[in-house]
Design a protein around this ligand. Structure first.
Ligand SMILES: [Zn+2]
Length: 142
């Protein structure tokens, strides 16, 4: 399966974009002008660490991914069309920034807390856009 992701649009363009390798995702953060910490999503009204307004702050792209904190297997689809079972996890994507994401592995035996995950683009059924999923870092490098 080789779908050309570069011709597709991100499902959530305010959150991520395709990285230079054409498969990984870069996440979009706002860097606070006061404390220099990263906030996510980038369109938040203020710094999530110190509260400083970030309306004119610089947006920065960083390779998407992070540290897996915990995870759970969902045996019932949360939304129609979502495959079940699927695995959702809390991932620390930057210092003090934790987001929930879908982890694209067959079962929990491939996972352990503390492991590094990478964000990759996953083609959506519509065929013209891609979503975000996390995979173990060593798998992404394959
Ligand atoms: Zn700040």
């Amino acid at each position: 399966m080789t779908q050309d992701l570069t011709s597709m649009k991100p499902q959530r363009p305010s959150l991520y974009r395709l990285a230079a390798d054409g498969r990984s995702l870069d996440f979009l953060f706002t860097q606070c002008p006061a404390c220099h910490a990263l906030s996510f999503p980038a369109n938040a009204p203020g710094c999530m660490h110190c509260g400083h307004p970030t309306a004119d702050a610089e947006q920065v792209a960083r390779p998407g991914g992070g540290t897996l904190l915990e995870y759970v297997t969902l045996h019932v689809p949360l939304v129609p069309g979502m495959p079940a079972p699927s695995i959702a996890g809390d991932i620390r994507i930057a210092e003090q920034v934790v987001e929930e994401g879908v982890i694209a592995v067959d079962d929990e035996s491939a996972l352990q807390p503390g492991m590094t995950l990478r964000a990759v683009a996953v083609p959506l059924a519509s065929g013209d856009s891609y979503g975000c999923a996390f995979v173990p870092a060593q798998e992404a490098a394959r």
